[in-house]
Ligand binder design. Structure first.
Ligand code: ADP
Length: 266
């Protein structure tokens, strides 16, 4: 089974304050996945980020920060707004995938997962297995969930990858984003950034620049932290550039694709 994450950075205009889907990328990625499944059927779980849909409301209402009881009504509305926005994005993604003939079924985190201090502590994945067995492609995405310490919080697509991989024992974990992989510093702002084929420690990063945009869930550093945690469990993952045509197809076909392997080994 393969767990594939498609970053919000590719599917949406993440730096924008309005919610926009990148329909061209979405259609291309859907057709690459379909082409691979047509050649070699495989079990697949898709995770996607919240991009420009989820981050603005989550930031506006400071979801995940401690608050007074008096603020609860506002926080609740913020939770609902965020949940609704990411649901809209998920619906557009699923629509494009179904049009391409991919049997996707959405399983939103807010409907079955909960967290403790922003970490997922509950979420029964039996339904993922049931849908996989019947040939469906479960889709889950960055969302808001109940939190036993903070009442409510945001769960990133990257944390979902980690939780799913830890519990479902996949053969491959792939994250498609808008850069070729991990560099010693942000390649979008540093021309001299050095690319890593393999990454095994956060100490290899020069500058802890989380991200170039409004991401409230940690950007590249957050991503690497989740993947290093998986590496500690012996689960390797790969970050690739999903903006490069055919990269998703190739990686699903186990062909060579430029990217960074996150693992603790040498
Ligand atoms: P996604 O939405 O695809 O999950 P993010 O936007 O959260 O991805 O993170 C990817 C972004 O992280 C890249 O576009 C890049 O600008 C930024 N970034 C910051 N530091 C680094 C780094 N050291 N190596 C690679 N990318 C980095």
């Amino acid at each position: 089974m393969i767990i594939l994450k498609i970053g919000g950075s590719i599917l949406t205009n993440k730096d924008s304050t309005v919610s926009e889907v990148d329909n061209v990328s979405l259609k291309r990625i859907a057709s690459e996945i379909k082409a691979s499944l047509d050649i070699s059927p495989k079990q697949l779980i898709i995770v996607h980020g919240a991009g420009s849909f989820g981050h603005p409301p989550a930031k506006k209402y400071k979801i995940g920060e401690a608050f007074d009881e008096s603020e609860y009504p506002q926080k609740r509305i913020g939770f609902c707004e965020t949940q609704n926005e990411v649901k809209k994005l998920n619906m557009l993604i699923c629509e494009a995938f179904i049009e391409e003939g991919l049997p996707v079924v959405a399983i939103p985190a807010s409907s079955f997962m909960s967290a403790t201090n922003k970490r997922i502590t509950e979420g029964n994945l039996d339904y993922f297995e049931k849908y996989l067995q019947k040939g469906f492609i479960p889709v889950i995405y960055g969302d808001v969930v109940l939190d036993s310490q903070l009442e409510i919080c945001v769960i990133s697509g990257d944390q979902l990858i980690q939780y799913l991989a830890k519990n479902l024992n996949p053969d491959m974990v792939v994250l498609g984003t808008d850069v070729d992989g991990v560099y010693n510093k942000n390649p979008k702002t540093h021309d001299d950034a050095i690319f890593y084929d393999k990454f095994s420690s956060l100490e290899d990063l020069d500058a802890f620049e989380g991200t170039t945009n409004v991401d409230v869930t940690g950007g590249m550093v957050g991503k690497i932290k989740e993947l290093l945690y998986l590496a500690d469990l012996g689960i390797e993952s790969k970050i690739i550039n999903a903006e490069v045509k055919d990269n998703i197809f190739k990686v699903l076909e186990d062909e060579d694709v430029k990217g960074t392997i996150i693992s603790r080994g040498n």
